[in-house]
Design a binder for this molecule. Structure first.
Ligand code: C2E
Ligand code: MG
Ligand code: MG
Ligand code: MG
Length: 292
């Protein structure tokens, strides 16, 4: 009967919910252990200049080498790390590890590129955050201008006052600020001009359909023009094709990040990355009318 089926369904969902709750508790426990067991690593994705192909920066991205489960991307654990507040100590570890990569670059005696680190909203709420980052930079002897902190547009808009205070403190220290995932939140560019930020990262969702969507092309072009009027630089995320790169270069976007240029790389490989070499060949491709 339907009553019976309903009952079965109910117990099915209960069981599923129980399993989910258990899995999330296990994940929390595993995450707690991960920090002291040194299971976290950073990978570094190059951000390159559209016009020259040179590396301009790196973005540090967190990975978890979970024993027996391989390498986990943030998508599988960041949410639980945020819900439990574990992202705060993890976040300090990330900044410190990013600083070690800056030091590695210095020791390799090559020109040192700034490294961007992602922040989570829990870190925004940490009263001590700016002071702790300052003492970390002092202790590791890292010039603050080499650290970029990325704050997503939605984080910013949901915590305008908190974000403003923190950004001002960080800017006073000489740290640079990027707005991440721009275009996915609810801000307007006119609101943005109140924040003393340096870089704006246009979200990957605008890039995916660049070749087929005139609206997306117009959006990216309009955002870029306005952001340049504010005196900021534009980074476009998630570039995977030569056509996307050519269009973005043509409309004057400054920098790009994506699998076309490089995947996120372990530190040793990131140090060896010498830039995108595909610019010369791509210029020989016939112009694509769709991209005008
Ligand atoms: P995000 O900051 O927007 O980082 C860019 C994400 O896009 C990365 O995913 C990167 O691997 C991916 N990506 C880069 N180029 C391409 C491309 O051409 N195609 C595609 N499909 N993807 C591309 P990842 O490493 O999985 O990180 C996902 C998100 O997790 C990040 O998004 C960021 O919000 C968060 N995250 C990563 N590391 C940290 C961290 O240390 N702390 C915090 N709080 N969040 C982090
Ligand atoms: Mg980011
Ligand atoms: Mg992003
Ligand atoms: Mg993103």
């Amino acid at each position: 009967s339907s009553k019976r089926a309903g009952k079965n369904q109910l117990s099915f969902y209960n069981k599923e919910m129980q399993e989910q709750a258990l899995a999330s508790i296990r994940l929390e426990e595993a995450l707690r252990r991960a920090l002291c067991r040194e299971e976290f690593v950073l990978v570094f994705q190059p951000i390159v200049s559209f016009s020259s192909g040179e590396v301009k920066k790196f973005e540090a991205l967190l990975r978890w080498k979970q024993p027996g489960r391989g390498i986990q991307n943030p998508g599988t654990f960041i949410a639980v790390a945020e819900q439990t507040g574990l992202i705060v100590p993890i976040g300090y570890w990330v900044i410190e590890a990013a600083c070690h990569f800056i030091r590695q670059q210095m020791q390799a005696k090559q020109s040192v590129k700034p490294v961007a680190v992602n922040l989570s909203v829990c870190q925004l709420r940490e009263a001590e955050f700016a002071a702790r980052v300052e003492s970390l930079l002092l202790r590791l002897n890292i010039p603050p201008a080499l650290l970029v902190l990325e704050i997503t547009e939605s984080m910013l808009m949901e915590n305008v006052e908190l974000a403003m205070v923190l950004i001002e403190k960080l800017k006073k220290l000489g740290i640079r600020i990027a707005i991440d995932d721009f275009g996915t939140g609810y801000s307007s560019l006119s609101q943005l001009r109140h924040f003393p930020v340096d870089i704006l990262k246009i979200d990957r969702s605008f890039v995916v359909d660049l070749e087929t969507s005139a609206v997306d092309r117009q959006m990216v072009e309009a955002i870029t023009a306005m952001v340049h009027k504010l005196g900021l630089k534009v980074i476009v995320e998630g570039i995977e094709t030569v056509e996307q790169m050519q269009f973005l270069n043509k409309i004057g976007c400054d920098y790009g990040q994506g699998f076309l240029f490089a995947r996120p790389l372990p530190p040793e490989q990131a140090l060896q990355y010498t830039g995108y070499a595909g610019l010369a060949t791509s210029e020989c491709l016939p112009n694509d009318d769709r991209l005008r």
